[in-house]
Design a protein around this ligand. Structure first.
Ligand SMILES: [Zn+2]
Length: 277
């Protein structure tokens, strides 16, 4: 009888656990997510005529006529970050709090688990003030991927394997060009150091995500203008030193000093011809 009593106690304890587990620690923020997506739906359902004023302040005549041919805009870039935090739990917390005002579409944990935090078609807040070529709103055209890494450690194989699986899917689904897999450091050279010189860009390039220099490098021509080359790749060269360091964190990695050595020039010339053939 006594053992039956304990079994009953155990069953009710499991039952009690079960009754709160379906909610989980993200129940409230998932509810907030749903409310946000509902408000996005309301925005795209609006069918208003254009409300325009001409130079004299008079209303320009207009009418709403819905077309029947459309779908959602697709992301065309992938921006890779490191979290600069100590655990994936900490990152999930940051991205589910309102106050930090930051988010990403995906977070890749050290054990290879991939957290999806925002529908790919929606705009995450991961790029911040940034520029690539003439694009000044990278959040609007990109998917943000955060890799759980504190910024001072190598990226492990399991994590990179999961990242490659994710990139493979994104490239295929959205038809993202090879050149458009870049890092936060590339689009915000003055502000951001991630994903840093430990990030395996060479391996990514071998798999078709971003570019990497060839093993055999030739000397650039005498009139090679490295500032223009950096700009044509996409770097914001308004602060040239920051652009050089960003380039070297991505494409040189063994040396990230702000000076352009002969090797750096050779690498830049080689990479530049892939971006701007
Ligand atoms: Zn970042």
């Amino acid at each position: 009888m006594k053992s039956n009593y304990y079994i009953l106690l155990l069953i009710s304890a499991i039952g009690a656990l079960g009754s709160c587990s379906p909610k989980g620690p993200y129940a409230l923020t998932n509810k907030m997510y749903k409310r946000q997506t509902d408000s996005v739906v309301r925005i795209i359902e609006q069918t208003q005529p254009p409300m325009l004023l001409d130079s004299s302040g008079s209303a320009v005549p207009g009418q709403w006529v819905g077309t029947v041919n459309f779908n959602l805009r697709k992301p065309n870039y992938v921006i890779i970050h490191f979290t600069a935090q100590d655990s994936v739990k900490q990152t999930l917390k940051t991205f589910t709090l309102v106050r930090p005002q930051v988010s990403a579409h995906y977070v890749v944990a050290k054990d290879g688990k991939v957290f999806h935090m925002l529908n790919d078609y929606l705009r995450a807040w991961h790029a911040g003030i940034s520029k690539w070529g003439s694009i000044s709103d990278m959040n609007s055209c990109s998917i943000g991927i955060e890799i759980d890494n504190n910024g001072n450690e190598p990226f492990n194989d399991v994590q990179v394997k999961s990242l490659l699986a994710l990139l493979t899917q994104l490239k295929k689904v959205y038809n993202i060009p090879t050149a458009n897999f870049i890092g936060h450091q590339d689009i915000a050279p003055l502000r951001k150091p991630d994903p840093g010189p430990f990030f395996p860009w060479k391996l990514l390039a071998q798999k078709g995500f971003g570019f990497w220099s060839d093993d055999l490098l030739e000397l650039p021509p005498d009139n090679f203008d490295y500032a223009t080359a950096l700009k044509l790749i996409g770097y914001d060269t308004s602060n040239l030193t920051a652009a050089i360091v960003a380039f070297k964190r991505h494409f040189v990695q063994t040396d990230v000093s702000p000076a352009m050595t002969q090797l750096d020039l050779n690498i830049l010339y080689n990479v530049y011809r892939k971006y701007a053939p």
